[in-house]
Ligand binder design. Structure first.
Ligand SMILES: [Fe+2]
Length: 202
Protein backbone atom coordinates (compact mmCIF):
# COMPACT_ATOMS: atom_id res chain seq x y z
CA UNK A 1 0.00 0.00 0.00
CA UNK A 2 1.49 3.38 -0.96
CA UNK A 3 2.19 5.79 1.91
CA UNK A 4 0.43 9.09 2.42
CA UNK A 5 1.29 12.12 0.35
CA UNK A 6 1.00 15.88 0.84
CA UNK A 7 -1.51 18.07 -0.99
CA UNK A 8 -1.78 21.80 -1.62
CA UNK A 9 -4.43 23.46 0.57
CA UNK A 10 -6.60 26.21 -0.92
CA UNK A 11 -6.02 29.75 0.30
CA UNK A 12 -8.63 30.58 2.97
CA UNK A 13 -9.40 33.85 1.09
CA UNK A 14 -9.16 35.34 -2.39
CA UNK A 15 -5.76 36.05 -3.95
CA UNK A 16 -6.37 39.81 -3.73
CA UNK A 17 -7.71 39.73 -0.15
CA UNK A 18 -4.51 41.04 1.43
CA UNK A 19 -4.07 44.03 -0.88
CA UNK A 20 -2.55 46.56 -0.63
CA UNK A 21 -0.16 44.89 1.87
CA UNK A 22 0.47 41.87 -0.37
CA UNK A 23 -0.53 42.01 -4.03
CA UNK A 24 -2.70 39.52 -5.88
CA UNK A 25 0.27 38.80 -8.15
CA UNK A 26 2.54 37.77 -5.27
CA UNK A 27 -0.16 35.70 -3.60
CA UNK A 28 -0.93 33.87 -6.86
CA UNK A 29 2.71 33.02 -7.59
CA UNK A 30 3.53 32.29 -3.97
CA UNK A 31 0.64 29.86 -3.47
CA UNK A 32 0.19 28.32 -6.92
CA UNK A 33 3.86 27.98 -7.88
CA UNK A 34 6.08 28.08 -4.78
CA UNK A 35 3.90 26.25 -2.28
CA UNK A 36 2.94 23.67 -4.93
CA UNK A 37 6.64 23.05 -5.62
CA UNK A 38 7.18 22.20 -1.95
CA UNK A 39 4.25 19.77 -2.00
CA UNK A 40 5.57 18.09 -5.14
CA UNK A 41 9.14 18.01 -3.81
CA UNK A 42 8.09 16.40 -0.54
CA UNK A 43 6.02 13.79 -2.38
CA UNK A 44 8.92 13.01 -4.74
CA UNK A 45 11.17 12.36 -1.72
CA UNK A 46 8.54 10.06 -0.19
CA UNK A 47 8.24 8.24 -3.53
CA UNK A 48 12.00 7.65 -3.56
CA UNK A 49 11.96 6.26 -0.02
CA UNK A 50 9.02 4.02 -0.83
CA UNK A 51 10.83 2.67 -3.86
CA UNK A 52 13.97 2.06 -1.79
CA UNK A 53 11.97 0.09 0.79
CA UNK A 54 10.93 -2.22 -2.03
CA UNK A 55 14.22 -2.53 -3.91
CA UNK A 56 16.71 -2.04 -1.06
CA UNK A 57 18.72 0.90 0.28
CA UNK A 58 22.08 -0.06 -1.23
CA UNK A 59 23.36 2.89 -3.26
CA UNK A 60 20.41 5.09 -2.29
CA UNK A 61 21.32 8.67 -1.27
CA UNK A 62 19.25 8.70 1.92
CA UNK A 63 21.07 11.82 3.09
CA UNK A 64 20.05 13.75 -0.01
CA UNK A 65 16.49 12.40 0.07
CA UNK A 66 16.18 13.25 3.78
CA UNK A 67 17.36 16.77 3.07
CA UNK A 68 14.82 17.11 0.23
CA UNK A 69 12.04 15.77 2.46
CA UNK A 70 12.93 18.12 5.33
CA UNK A 71 13.21 21.15 3.05
CA UNK A 72 10.02 20.56 1.10
CA UNK A 73 7.79 19.16 3.85
CA UNK A 74 8.82 22.04 6.12
CA UNK A 75 8.17 24.47 3.26
CA UNK A 76 4.70 22.96 2.94
CA UNK A 77 4.08 23.08 6.70
CA UNK A 78 5.27 26.67 7.07
CA UNK A 79 3.17 27.95 4.15
CA UNK A 80 0.14 26.03 5.45
CA UNK A 81 0.64 28.00 8.69
CA UNK A 82 1.42 31.29 6.94
CA UNK A 83 -1.79 31.52 4.85
CA UNK A 84 -4.32 31.28 7.71
CA UNK A 85 -2.01 33.41 9.90
CA UNK A 86 -3.18 36.32 7.71
CA UNK A 87 -6.60 37.73 6.83
CA UNK A 88 -8.27 40.67 5.19
CA UNK A 89 -8.65 43.41 7.80
CA UNK A 90 -6.22 41.73 10.17
CA UNK A 91 -3.75 43.41 12.50
CA UNK A 92 -4.41 44.88 15.93
CA UNK A 93 -3.58 42.92 19.05
CA UNK A 94 -4.46 39.39 20.17
CA UNK A 95 -7.06 38.47 22.75
CA UNK A 96 -7.68 35.37 24.83
CA UNK A 97 -5.09 33.15 26.47
CA UNK A 98 -2.37 33.93 23.91
CA UNK A 99 -2.54 37.61 24.95
CA UNK A 100 -1.93 36.68 28.59
CA UNK A 101 0.88 34.31 27.60
CA UNK A 102 2.58 36.97 25.46
CA UNK A 103 2.45 39.43 28.36
CA UNK A 104 3.81 36.78 30.71
CA UNK A 105 6.69 35.68 28.48
CA UNK A 106 7.63 38.95 26.76
CA UNK A 107 6.58 41.57 29.31
CA UNK A 108 4.17 43.39 27.04
CA UNK A 109 2.81 43.13 23.49
CA UNK A 110 5.03 45.89 22.11
CA UNK A 111 8.13 44.15 23.46
CA UNK A 112 7.06 40.93 21.75
CA UNK A 113 6.40 42.82 18.53
CA UNK A 114 9.83 44.42 18.57
CA UNK A 115 11.54 41.09 19.36
CA UNK A 116 9.59 39.20 16.68
CA UNK A 117 10.17 41.94 14.12
CA UNK A 118 13.91 42.00 14.75
CA UNK A 119 14.01 38.21 14.66
CA UNK A 120 12.39 38.20 11.21
CA UNK A 121 14.44 41.08 9.84
CA UNK A 122 17.73 39.51 10.87
CA UNK A 123 17.21 36.09 9.30
CA UNK A 124 20.36 35.43 7.31
CA UNK A 125 19.24 34.80 3.75
CA UNK A 126 15.94 33.01 3.11
CA UNK A 127 13.81 31.94 6.05
CA UNK A 128 11.14 32.71 8.58
CA UNK A 129 10.48 34.57 11.80
CA UNK A 130 8.53 32.28 14.09
CA UNK A 131 6.58 32.57 17.33
CA UNK A 132 6.47 29.12 18.90
CA UNK A 133 5.29 27.40 22.04
CA UNK A 134 8.14 25.49 23.60
CA UNK A 135 6.67 22.68 25.74
CA UNK A 136 9.79 21.76 27.76
CA UNK A 137 9.88 25.22 29.36
CA UNK A 138 6.14 25.90 28.91
CA UNK A 139 6.69 29.29 27.29
CA UNK A 140 6.47 31.20 24.04
CA UNK A 141 9.73 31.79 22.20
CA UNK A 142 10.75 33.58 19.01
CA UNK A 143 12.93 31.73 16.55
CA UNK A 144 14.48 32.08 13.16
CA UNK A 145 14.38 29.31 10.60
CA UNK A 146 16.95 29.44 7.85
CA UNK A 147 15.33 28.10 4.70
CA UNK A 148 12.35 26.29 6.25
CA UNK A 149 14.00 23.98 8.75
CA UNK A 150 17.36 22.68 9.88
CA UNK A 151 16.77 19.23 8.48
CA UNK A 152 13.68 18.94 10.65
CA UNK A 153 10.10 18.93 9.40
CA UNK A 154 8.43 21.85 11.19
CA UNK A 155 5.44 20.74 13.21
CA UNK A 156 6.52 17.15 13.58
CA UNK A 157 6.52 15.40 16.96
CA UNK A 158 9.57 13.19 17.54
CA UNK A 159 8.64 9.66 18.66
CA UNK A 160 11.90 7.74 18.47
CA UNK A 161 15.38 9.22 18.30
CA UNK A 162 18.89 7.88 18.13
CA UNK A 163 21.72 10.21 19.13
CA UNK A 164 24.50 9.86 16.57
CA UNK A 165 26.78 12.54 17.96
CA UNK A 166 30.15 10.99 18.67
CA UNK A 167 29.72 11.61 22.41
CA UNK A 168 26.89 9.04 22.36
CA UNK A 169 29.02 6.13 21.12
CA UNK A 170 32.69 6.96 20.72
CA UNK A 171 33.90 5.43 24.01
CA UNK A 172 32.23 2.12 23.16
CA UNK A 173 32.32 1.97 19.36
CA UNK A 174 35.11 4.44 18.51
CA UNK A 175 34.34 5.69 14.99
CA UNK A 176 32.03 2.84 13.97
CA UNK A 177 28.70 4.65 13.99
CA UNK A 178 27.05 1.96 11.87
CA UNK A 179 27.87 -0.72 14.44
CA UNK A 180 26.43 1.47 17.20
CA UNK A 181 23.22 2.14 15.25
CA UNK A 182 22.81 -1.57 14.45
CA UNK A 183 23.30 -2.49 18.13
CA UNK A 184 21.08 0.33 19.37
CA UNK A 185 17.93 -1.50 18.22
CA UNK A 186 18.50 -3.91 21.13
CA UNK A 187 17.73 -1.21 23.70
CA UNK A 188 14.77 0.55 22.11
CA UNK A 189 11.79 0.93 24.45
CA UNK A 190 8.88 0.36 22.08
CA UNK A 191 6.34 0.78 24.91
CA UNK A 192 7.53 4.38 25.28
CA UNK A 193 7.38 4.98 21.52
CA UNK A 194 3.87 3.49 21.39
CA UNK A 195 2.69 5.66 24.30
CA UNK A 196 4.08 8.80 22.64
CA UNK A 197 2.29 7.91 19.41
CA UNK A 198 -1.00 7.31 21.24
CA UNK A 199 -0.65 10.68 22.98
CA UNK A 200 -0.03 12.65 19.80
CA UNK A 201 -2.84 10.90 17.89
CA UNK A 202 -5.37 11.33 20.70
FE1 LIG B 1 7.15 31.33 0.73
Amino acid sequence: MPGKRYSLPNLPYKYNALEPTISEKIMTLHHDKHHLAYVNGANAALDKLEKARQTGFAGIDVRGISRDLAFNASGHTMHSLFWPNMKQGGGGTPGGRIADQINKDFGKFDSFKEQFGNTAKQVEGSGWGILAYEPASDQLITLQAEKHMDLAVQGMTPLLAVDVWEHAYYLDYVNDRAKYVDAWWNVVNWDDVAARFDKVRK
